[in-house]
Write a protein that binds this ligand. Structure first.
Ligand code: COA
Length: 259
């Protein structure tokens, strides 16, 4: 598949999507957003891909957010139609395979919203993060008003989105926005260690676990627990449950069938 604004590479069982406009700090144009949506859909359908990593090209940025140049001509109806077509953030959210944000530098505005839509966020110690839309007179439109408070709590979400301040990776990890921070030189190795470890599990179990945990952001506790029980019961029906239990009892490695 040919893309103009992103690169897609396969690294063993994991796939890497690289936002590729380094001279613009990987600012996300509409074309880039559409290409990421397409790549996610294709990788989700590709049986050889078991985990997906998203990062930015170059040494400076994951992404500096939506392409601000494109805001100039945009009308309210343009924006409305875009939402009707389904957003990048929704596309990440509905990807059944695990998606990991490998945050290698600046991560602002829509870039932070992209990272928050992912399942796991690993960052370089050089990363800087911010919900910066307020600095250009707008508000977050890619999910931050809902996802940020779920990750860091209402007060800190308010502080970040209303001040537009930038925070370093250490502070972002402290408040729960990042799951791991590693020295810049080790970012790729550590991220793929995690991706490949997930890829070594039963894909059907990973899928069910992801669906159950994702639901916790949407459902009240009693419904969420019931949903988990349904998926757990479903897991009892898989060939990989038979294999995993047998392999444990026979003290050998499991050979997953992903069914
Ligand atoms: N949209 C479009 N272009 C962007 C961009 C964005 N979000 N962020 C950076 N760029 C472009 C700059 O216009 C510049 O292009 P040019 O060389 O053609 O002028 C290039 O990327 C480099 O940016 P520059 O500002 O020169 O780099 P810097 O290291 O001095 O500053 C930032 C980096 C990220 C602090 C600064 O670019 C910035 O504040 N960007 C906007 C971040 C933001 O608020 N994003 C949310 C948007 S809703």
């Amino acid at each position: 598949m040919n893309y103009e604004t992103i690169l897609v590479a396969h690294r063993g069982p994991s796939a890497l999507i690289t936002l590729n406009r380094p001279d613009k700090l990987n600012a996300m144009s509409l074309m880039m957003k559409e290409e990421i949506i397409r790549a996610l859909r294709d990788l989700d359908a590709d049986t050889a891909t078991r985990a997906i990593v998203i990062t930015g090209a170059g040494q400076k940025a994951f992404t500096a957010g939506a392409d601000i140049h494109e805001f100039r001509e945009r009308t309210p109806m343009d924006q409305w139609r875009m939402y009707d077509h389904g957003t990048l953030y929704h596309a990440v959210d509905r990807t059944a395979k695990p998606v990991i944000a490998m945050i290698n530098g600046y991560c602002f505005g829509g870039g932070l919203e992209l990272a928050m839509a992912c399942d796991i966020r690993i960052a370089s110690d050089r990363a800087t993060l911010g919900q910066t839309e307020i600095n250009i007179g707008i508000i977050p439109g890619g999910g931050a008003s809902q996802r940020l408070s779920r990750l860091v709590g209402l007060g800190i979400a308010m502080k970040l989105a209303l001040t537009g301040e930038r925070i370093d990776a250490k502070e972002a990890q402290r408040i729960g926005l990042l799951d791991e921070v590693v020295p810049h030189a080790r970012l790729e190795r550590r991220t793929f260690e995690i991706a490949d470890r997930i890829a070594s599990k039963s894909a059907v179990a990973v899928r069910l676990a992801k669906a159950a945990i994702r639901a916790s952001a949407r459902l009240p506790l009693d419904q969420g627990l019931r949903y988990e029980q349904s998926l757990f019961a479903l897991a009892m029906s898989t060939q990989d449950k038979e294999e995993g239990v047998e392999a444990f009892l026979e003290k050998r490695e499991a050979k997953w069938k992903d069914r």
